[in-house]
Design a protein around this ligand. Structure first.
Ligand code: NAD
Ligand code: MN
Length: 818
């Protein structure tokens, strides 16, 4: 054999990372106990589950199988710790988080080896990506602990947080959960995924090492049906933070509905990877490798749908196949391996099942010629072409190393194809034309958009989904709000119900208030041309519903009577039904161009609404008096606050801006708050006009279009408003108003799959129903659990909290440099 022949046949030799230190650490601890109150506690059940090395199929360790008694103990420890931890100064919390980051780095190689052994992912990834990002998360959030008092002055911690994480990035998901929770002064009970608990348990040791106060972090391992469900339903847990599949996320939404628990859900995805014909195809190939073969494709935001512009599709597929042929699969601890093992036999079977289905559906499957190791759970990188967009493999999250490709012709077609999914986690866009890329990015329904890059993550930049990929963000300043609540919201605010003060003079006597301007409501006197005076009945005024910019009669053909407090009928409104809501939702969708108008224009219209309302101040005040029996001065005050509120949101419309995150790379991340889409709003009964204005103004200021169900008790102020809206240049369909029975209408709205978010301000029971129904399409919700807000108070009644609930943040990653 000469040198040339040797060169040509040269293979990489194995470059194994030593497993011994990891195995020794495991041996020292297995069977592992639970970590509660900084102590190692045996599980109440006395049972253990097995943790397997997926690269060999062999037993790695035994881990405690906790049950609800253990969860109770962990929650109690976290509750006790919360008392002091929540009052611990930010600087002190910052020091602890800093110490955690330091210790992650000190044990970085052991953590990387443990992660590879337990999960099957290549050491190259755990060593260079997972663990460094874990440390970065704690450093970054040490900073937010330090700055909380000055940067989030109106906020307090939520309380005890239950955190549930998946197996694909075991320690990284733990970091994403624990770092912001602790930074904001919460205490946690965390459940690792069944297959991958080991690094969380090593993390528990670090917690002990740095002397974090007992009970601040508790780690409870075990089965979903024991630990997960107990945590979700625990009455003393104030928030659930969950990352995992959409199905489980949906069941958690249902299980927590009405409980008042704060909830964030990071769910699945089927993210598009869009390649325009002017893209640098060699970079694209490397991008695809990262997008779908990173972590064996077991990545929630994996670029699993390759969408290629038609004229370059063949060339790109050719290049990809060549590259796939050179990917190396095998022992995760081999430093030269690209693809490791699939986490479990069940997951492997599921991938195979979906691949078979793709073949049956008529798509063309391609895999490299080499074979996978036979020991352990491996699956080769797989590419499907000839895929039609409606098939299972184009729609369902495979969560494995399987890429499906489709083609498009125009940018508009690319956007349509990209958004043709129930998910909305991430997207990447490849083009050398920055104008094209930045035009497409805002049109994609996804929480992260990567331009000429993919799968970039950093603590500075929020990550999370649109649509059925869940809600809430992890990372960035936007992520902190998942772990705080307004200071005025005290835990006992539930018992301290807030009531509108009704002037006693006006509410007791049956003959209504003296301050009421009676004449305005009386019949007028008509003097005819021949001088005869006669009583003139008021012209019948029929408040209709307002849909798509038109006043419409109810589909039902029925009206409902509206009474004042003394039981006199003061008007009738349409009895809205399912059909009316559907029409309103459709109209709201048609008006979605509202989101893409300028913020200046939206501000102008809000000012104009305020102006036109102020012209009719007196009339609106009378309406309030008529409906509520409150004194006139009180009613005028409500109208004036409503006008001021419109001014506030006109002001905010062009000032609620995003930020530019600065992750450690050459480039920038634009964090842009975007409209959520079509929002449903159920108005409270407390303030007939202010309730309507306080909820509608922030949502439309942010570019949403809305379907509003007016106050059930006092609907006439809302219906009077459409005349104001009509004269204020508001495009038809941006605000739609439906009147009728609250319970019926809310249910239809909350169930509706084309509604993206729902605000409900009403009863505890109604709040629960809305949260339950929202699980259908995982729409976002904001409900008040029956605790009215004092909308007259500007702290409770307006501001950034409302704007955040009316937007979702999209992070657009733009690396630069050649
Ligand atoms: P999974 O939903 O089966 O489990 C996730 C976690 O929830 C596990 O700890 C599990 O034990 C627990 N769990 C399961 N059922 C539960 C229940 N009824 N109540 C409470 N807890 C329960 O998901 P998985 O298979 O571990 O992870 C894969 C999924 O996670 C994929 O769909 C993936 O897209 C998603 N994921 C999303 C993100 C994200 O940030 N959006 C990140 C990683 C993974
Ligand atoms: Mn394992």
């Amino acid at each position: 054999m000469n040198v040339m022949e040797i060169f040509e046949t040269m293979e990489y030799g194995p470059a194994p990372e030593a497993a011994a230190p990891g195995l020794a650490w495991i041996k020292e601890h297995s069977p592992f106990s639970l970590f509660i109150n900084n102590q190692w506690v045996k599980p109440a059940s006395g049972q253990y589950i097995e943790s397997i090395n997926p690269a060999t199929g062999k037993l790695l360790a035994k881990v405690a199988a906790a049950n609800s008694a253990d969860v109770d103990a962990a929650v109690a420890a976290a509750r006790a710790a919360f008392e002091t931890w929540s009052k611990t100064p930010g600087h002190v919390r910052a020091r602890y988080l800093y110490a955690i980051a330091r210790h992650i780095q000190k044990h970085s190689r052991l953590l990387a080896v443990l992660e590879s052994l337990d999960n099957g992912k290549p050491i190259r990834e755990t060593r260079d990506i997972d663990i460094p990002l874990v440390a970065r998360h704690f450093y970054y959030h040490a900073g937010w602990a330090q700055l909380m008092e000055s940067e989030l002055p109106g906020y307090q911690p939520v309380g005890v947080v239950g955190q549930i994480i998946p197996w694909n990035f075991p320690l990284l998901m733990l970091a994403w959960k624990i770092a912001p929770a602790l930074a904001m002064g919460n205490t946690v009970v965390l459940k690792p995924a069944r297959y991958t608990s080991l690094t969380a348990l090593k993390f528990a040791e670090i917690v002990q090492e740095i002397g974090l106060p007992p009970g601040v972090v508790n780690i409870v391992t075990g089965e979903a049906s024991q630990v997960g469900e107990a945590l979700v339903s625990h009455p003393d847990v104030n928030k659930i933070a969950f990352t995992g599949s959409t199905d489980v996320g949906r069941s958690i939404r249902r299980a927590t509905a009405g409980s008042g628990k704060k909830l964030s859900l990071e769910l699945g995805g089927k993210s598009p990877f869009i390649v325009f014909d002017d893209a640098d195809l060699d970079s694209v190939v490397e991008g695809v490798v990262d997008a779908i073969w990173f972590n064996q494709g077991q990545v929630c935001c994996a670029g699993s749908r390759l969408l290629v512009q038609e004229d370059v599709a063949e060339r790109l597929i050719g290049k990809l196949r060549v590259r796939m042929e050179h990917l190396r699969i095998g022992d995760p601890l081999d430093k030269a391996v690209d693809i490791g093992a699939i986490v479990s036999p069940g997951q492997l079977k599921e991938i195979q099942r979906l691949v078979n289905q793709g073949v049956e559906e008529g798509a063309v499957m391609w895999q490299p010629s080499w074979a996978c190791p036979t020991e352990g759970y491996f699956f080769p990188p797989t590419l499907f072409t000839n895929v039609s967009p409606a098939t299972t493999i184009a729609q369902v999250e495979i969560f494995g190393p399987v890429l499906v490709s489709m083609t498009f012709r125009t940018p508009a077609e690319a956007v349509e194809l990209a958004n043709n999914t129930r998910y909305g986690l991430a997207a990447s866009v490849w083009s050398e034309n920055i104008n094209l890329a930045l035009d497409v990015a805002p049109k994609l329904k996804a929480g992260s958009v990567w331009i000429n890059c993919t799968n970039l993550f950093d603590a500075s930049s929020g990550f999370g989904g649109y649509r059925e990929s869940g809600f809430g963000r992890e990372g960035g300043k936007e992520g902190l709000y998942e772990y705080v609540r307004p200071k005025w919201e005290t835990p006992d605010s539930s018992s301290k119900e807030f009531h509108i003060v009704i002037d006693s003079a006006s509410s007791d006597g049956a003959n209504s208030s003296p301050s009421m301007d009676e004449d305005a409501l009386q019949d007028q006197v008509f003097v005819s041309s021949n001088g005869h005076a006669m009583a003139l009945p008021a012209i019948d005024r029929t408040p209709k519903m307002y849909i798509g910019g038109k006043q419409v009669r109810p589909d039902s053909g029925y009206s409902r009577d509206v009474y004042d407090l003394q039981g006199h009928m003061i008007g009738q409104v349409g009895e809205g039904n399912r059909k009316d809501i559907r029409n309103a939702v459709e109209a709201a969708h048609k008006a979605s161009g509202w989101a893409f108008g300028t913020t200046h224009n939206r501000a102008q219209i809000l000012y104009y609404i305020a102006e036109n309302l102020s012209v009719r101040e007196d009339e609106f005040a009378h309406r309030i008096v008529q409906q509520t029996g409150r004194p006139y001065e009180d009613a005028i005050a409500e109208v004036q606050v409503s006008i001021s509120r419109l001014f506030s949101y006109a002001a905010w419309a062009d000032k609620f801006e995003g930020v530019v995150h600065r992750p450690p790379l050459r480039g920038a991340v634009l964090a842009m708050p975007e409209a959520i889409g079509v929002m449903g709003i159920a108005c409270p009964d407390e303030y007939p006009l202010l309730g309507f204005i306080s909820l509608v103004a922030p949502t439309i200021a942010m570019g949403n279009t809305v379907v509003v169900i007016s106050s059930q008790q006092s609907p006439l102020s809302a219906t009077d408003c459409y005349q104001v809206l009509e004269t204020s240049d508001l495009p038809g369909g941006v605000v739609n108003i439906v009147t009728g029975d609250h319970d019926t209408l809310n249910q239809v709205l909350a169930d509706h799959d084309d509604v993206d978010s729902m605000w409900y301000f009403g009863t505890a029971e109604g709040s629960k129903r809305v949260e339950l129904a929202s699980a259908g399409n995982m729409k976002r919700t904001w409900v008040n659990y029956g605790h009215p807000r004092d909308l007259m108070d500007s702290v409770q009644g307006e501001g950034e909290e409302f704007l955040r609930e009316a937007t979702q943040v999209k992070n657009i990653w733009i690396p630069y440099g050649e």
